[in-house]
Every structure is written in C-alpha cells, then in structure tokens.
Write a protein that binds this ligand. Structure first.
Ligand code: HAS
Ligand code: CU
Length: 595
C-alpha cells in the first residue's frame, strides 16, 4: 500500500484532480489559439480573418494566463495546505463551492470570447487579457471574471480557515513553509484584486451594460495594472513554491534555507503591488515622478527573485553533492537530468534567469521606451509565465497526477522529450521575439509588417526572425500534444500501489532558524497596504482630477491640484521617515536570519 496524496486525502485529491484537469483543458484551448496566431502573424499559414485576430489573441491570453495558471495553482495550494498542516479541509462542500464558482465564471467569460469568432452570434469580448478601456466586451465577460475572482477569494478563505483551525491546536508552532507561502501569496492577491474589482464593478461592467456613457480610460488602465503586475507574481509564487519545496527533493537533497524562502515571500507580499505603473511608463497623464517611484520599487522587487535564484541553486547543488557530484561545476552532471519532473523544472529555472534580464530592461524607465509595445515584451512574458510558470507546472504534473489519481505516469521518456521540446521551442521563439522587438516590430497586431514597409535588421532578416518564431511555435505545439498524450494515458491507466510517498523537501536550515517576526502576517499585511497607498493614492487622485471619474464629460471629484501637491509634500515626508525605520527594521530582521 502506498502513501500517496490520494491515500492520505482521498476527498481532497478529487478536488485537486478536478482543478488540474480543468487547467489542462484551458491549456489545450490556449495552445490551439497560440499556434493559429503564430502562423498568422508570421504570415506562414493564414486561415482566420485578420479582423478576428483580437478574439484569437484574447482567447489565447485569457485561457493561458488566467484559466490554466490559476486553476492549476489553486490545486497546488490545496495540496500544499492539506499536506503541510497534515489536515483535511474544514468542509469539503465549501471547497467544491469555490471550485464551482471559478468554473461557472470561466465558462461565462469564455462564451463571449469564443462567440466573437463567429458572425452568427452577436456577442464578443475581443478585449485582450488586459481588458481595459477603450476596448469594451460583452457584460457576460466581465460578470464571468467577477465570479472567477470571487471564487479565488473564497478559496483563500478556505486555506485561512484550515490554518486558523490548525493554529488553535498548535499555538506555538511555526507555520509550515508551504502553508506560509500559500497565505502570503493570498494576502498579496486580496490586495491586488481590489484594483481589478473596482475597475470591473464600478466602471467596465456598468459601461458595457449601458448604465454609464463613458469611462476614464487612463483610470481603468491604472486600476488594471494595479492588479496586472501582482497577478504575474500570483502565477510565479506557486512556481517558486515548487522550486523551493519540491525541486530540492527531486535533486536528491534538502532546501538550503527555510528562513530565506520566508523572507522572499514576505518581500513579494510587500512589493508586488506598488509597482504596477511600470507598465505605464509611456502613458501620458501620469507624471514622471510617480513613474520613477514605480521604477524604484520594481528594482527592489528583483531582490526576492535574486534570493530565490541563490537559494534554489544552492539546494540543487546540495542535492547533487548528496548524489556524489563534485567540483565547481562538475556537480551539475550529478543531477537527475533523466527525470522529467526535475529536468522540466530546472530548464524552466534556467530560462527564467534570461527572463529576469529582459524584465530588468523593461523596468528601466528610459530603456522601456525602446521596447514598449514591441514583440520584445511578448518574448519577455513567454519566458516568464510561458516557461518559468507553465513548464514548471507541466513538469510537476508528472509527479502530481500520479499522486491525485493513484496511477503510474504513462510514459516517462515521452515526458522527458516533452519538457526538452518546450525548452527548445521557447528558446527559438522568445530569442527571436526579443530581437524583433529591438528592431521595432510591434505586438498585438495581425499585420506587423504593415503595407510596403520593411524593418531593418542588424543581423539576419525579418523573414528569418519570423521563421524562428514559427518554428518555436510548432515545437511548443508538439510539446503540448505529448503532454496531453501523457496525461490522458495516465488517466486511463490502472491503479498502482507503488507510487512515491506524498511529501516535500526538508530544509537544511529549518523554520527554527527564522526570526518569529517573519510569521507575523498582520504586520506584513499592514506594511503592504501602506506601501500601496503611498504608491497609488496620488497618481489615482491626479488621474481623476484631470480626466474625471467617469471620463471628461462628468465633473471630476472635488480634488484640486493644490491639495494633491500638499499631499505629495506630506507623503514624501512621511515616506522618508517610514523608509528609514523600515530599513532599520529589515536590517534587524536580516541579521536575525543570518545569525
Ligand atoms: Fe514582467 C511586462 C518587468 C517578471 C509577466 N511581464 C510583462 C508582461 C507579462 C509579464 C505578462 O517593468 C506583459 C503584460 C502586457 O500584456 O502588457 N517582469 C518585470 C520584472 C520582473 C518581471 C522586473 N513578468 C515577470 C514574471 C512574469 C511576468 C515573473 C510572469 C510570471 N514586465 C516588466 C515590465 C513590463 C513587463 C516593466 C512592462 C513592459 C512594457 O513596456 O509593456 C522581475 O520579477 C524578474 C525577476 C527575475 C530574476 C531572475 C532570477 C532567476 C531565477 C532562476 C534561478 C535558476 C534556477 C535553475 C532555479 C531576477 C530565480 C538553475 C538551473 C541549473 C541547471 C543550475
Ligand atoms: Cu509588471
């Protein structure tokens, strides 16, 4: 008899399995739209009308980065909380309720997106995954999004319930690391989704229903990006969780440092939201000073990822040395490269290092002017969410699916080929996308060449870039086919009793070495909210002051620029004092960690 997740938590395993399968359906749909648009844009094979390109792009974006990622990660979080607290969910009906909310919301949002592809149904939501004004979608799309987001809020409540119940029974114990990661991520998510909830409920939904005539597009953009940056960490933090708590185990060792992992997640909670304006460096109507603050915060936000790179690679090295690896770099050979779970996650990490560099370029206000709205950005996010997150999720599925179904993985060699194909495909596609962006090739258009216009390239040619992008896209599609073959093969296999035990990596330096203050979630939440208020109150006030709450024809809020200037002065003063004390505080906390 094995001790897999399904044996320990049969009821929860069903939920997690349902969430994973739903996420895979979205991945399949997203993949189909992905290859359609790759071949269309590069003018290699076209069968859709260019006028439908935005519907295809919306479907690709929404199914991939909202449905696939989030359904998968809520499954991982359910596994993480139950496993690390060693406790069933408080009420399984409550758990199924949020699964239902998320699923109904998804279907509601998907209907108008897909309907946009046919003329026979008068409905569309070709608003892209960034859905801000002036693009407008059918009300069903916004309503679906609302239900979906509410579903994730209820999911978070479910995990907090478990933790509170556990804490009653274990008043002095440290929060187990996976649960700590779930809770910090969810607090970040609650804060971040306030932006998108306001944008949809107050502006976009009433506007699409015809209840209000106009909106202030810059306001909906800013509220979107208030959420649109932290959402990328909502995808990334579960992948990081897998790198921290699973990858060391697959490498044959232990997590290098639990306290460092906690510091990383606390930093994400604090800094993920007050940076969203780095997506708006080119927006007129937001003053340079606010953009500069967003840039500074973004540069600080590199820190938790750099800490992660260090900790995760150190853990891998520890694993490799346990397996007999030696030398400065020779240990790399001792890693289990033939294991698809390990190889997929490590390759995802490798490409994420490149993604971090393109992110730093994006984040620099002046260099951003060169790459904004170009294919460079598309290259960037296919390395981040499309590889660091998606490849990690696919690779770790080869461990999870047996755990939640009780069945042996159908074919390990196919799995290995699949993850390597993803790595190669993404390397071709994103490298050429970055290059194309540098010569000014725009994103979000079916006709990047325009009429009678040729881009000049430093090396190679536009045709060569397009060919590489298309080749990458085809390899990725093949990789997806292999992935689904394996999942379906596994689902139809028979029950096995020789599965590995459920569990996650132990730490070399454990939670006892972490200062207690790291577990003080109330403190971090309070600081996170204060930082968001600092970063956003003045920009939002001045956007409303200039453009009107509901657009130009409606009188603005009674905020005058003098009061904004006065507030700016006051905030600057308070911020300086707060930053100084935060610095001292961080120093104390860090010296605690280091000792
Ligand atoms: Fe980004 C645009 C800046 C990270 C996603 N980003 C986007 C968009 C998306 C996206 C989807 O400042 C486009 C949105 C749209 O449609 O317009 N991004 C950053 C920065 C980071 C960053 C500074 N982005 C992400 C992540 C994403 C994501 C993560 C998804 C999951 N991004 C920007 C900016 C823009 C932007 C601007 C706007 C551009 C514009 O003009 O429109 C940082 O968080 C990156 C930090 C990462 C590192 C790398 C650390 C390395 C690690 C690897 C360890 C290695 C291992 C393997 C484990 C510093 C952790 C070792 C293996 C062995 C074999 C040893
Ligand atoms: Cu961002």
């Amino acid at each position: 008899m094995s001790n897999a997740y399904i044996d320990q938590f049969p009821a929860e395993a069903k939920v997690v399995k349902a969430l994973f399968y739903s996420s895979f359906v979205a991945l399949a749909l997203g993949g189909v739209f992905g290859i359609i648009q790759t071949l269309h844009r590069t003018d290699i094979y076209r069968f859709i009308d260019s006028a439908n390109y935005y519907s295809v792009l919306t479907a690709h974006g929404v199914f991939m980065v909202i449905t696939f990622t989030i359904f998968f990660l809520v499954g991982v979080f359910t596994w993480a909380v139950t496993t690390s607290l060693d406790r069933e969910v408080e009420d399984i009906r409550f758990t199924w309720a949020w699964v239902a909310l998320m699923s109904i919301g998804t279907v509601m949002a998907a209907v108008p997106i897909l309907a946009g592809l046919t003329d026979s149904i008068d409905m569309s939501a070709a608003v892209l995954f960034t859905f801000y004004a002036p693009l407008q979608g059918h009300p069903l799309f916004y309503l679906g999004l609302v239900l979906f987001v509410v579903g994730t809020w209820v999911a978070g409540a479910d995990w907090f319930r478990s933790w509170w119940a556990w804490k009653k029974e274990n008043p002095d114990a440290r929060i187990p690391l996976p649960t700590f990661m779930v809770l910090t991520t969810m607090i970040m998510w609650y804060i971040a989704t306030m932006g998108v909830a306001t944008s949809i409920l107050v502006f976009l939904l009433p506007w699409s229903l015809g209840w209000i005539e106009t909106v202030n597009p810059l306001l909906t953009r800013t509220l979107f990006w208030f959420f649109g940056h932290p959402v990328v960490y909502f995808w990334l933090m579960p992948a990081y969780m897998m790198w921290y708590v699973m990858l060391p185990k697959f490498s044959g060792g232990k997590l290098f440092s639990d306290p460092l992992a906690r510091v990383g997640f606390v930093l994400f909670l604090l800094l993920s939201t007050p940076v969203g304006i780095h997506h708006q460096y080119l927006d007129p109507g937001i003053s340079e000073g606010f953009k500069f603050i967003a840039m500074t915060n973004t540069m600080f936000l590199l820190l938790p990822s750099l800490l992660t790179a260090f900790t995760v690679v150190a853990s891998m090295e520890h694993g490799a040395r346990q397996r007999g690896g030696t030398g400065y770099f020779g240990w790399l050979k001792a890693l289990p490269w033939r294991d698809p779970v390990f190889a997929g996650m490590a390759l995802a990490g490798l490409l994420f290092a490149a993604a971090g560099f393109s992110g730093m370029v994006n984040a620099g206000m002046n260099i951003n002017y060169l790459v904004h709205n170009s294919l460079w950005v598309v290259g960037h996010f296919h390395l981040t969410v499309g590889t660091a997150v998606a490849l990690t999720f696919m690779a770790v599925s080869y461990w999870f699916i047996p755990q939640v179904t009780g069945k042996e993985l159908w074919n390990r060699s196919v799995a290995l080929v699949q993850v390597v194909l993803w790595f190669i495909g993404m390397t071709f596609m994103t490298n050429s996308m970055h290059r194309a962006g540098l010569i000014g090739m725009p994103r979000r258009t079916a006709e990047p060449q325009y009429e009678g216009f040729e881009f000049e390239t430093a090396v190679g040619s536009v045709g060569e870039l397009d060919a590489q992008i298309a080749l990458g896209g085809v390899l990725l599609t093949l990789s997806l086919v292999l992935f689904f073959a394996n999942i379906i093969g596994t689902a139809f296999g028979s029950r096995s009793d020789t599965l590995p035990d459920n569990g996650y990596a132990e730490a070399l330096s454990g939670s006892d070495d972490a200062p207690r203050v790291l577990d003080n979630l109330k403190l971090w939440t309070a600081i996170a909210i204060v930082l968001v208020i600092f970063a956003y109150s003045l920009p939002l006030l001045s956007i409303v002051d200039r453009g009107g709450l509901f657009g130009p024809d409606i009188p603005p809020l009674p905020v005058s620029l003098e009061s904004v200037t006065f507030l700016a002065f006051a905030v600057e003063h308070v911020a300086t004092v707060a930053l100084e004390s935060a610095g001292n505080f961080a120093q104390t906390a860090l010296s605690g960690v280091i000792n």
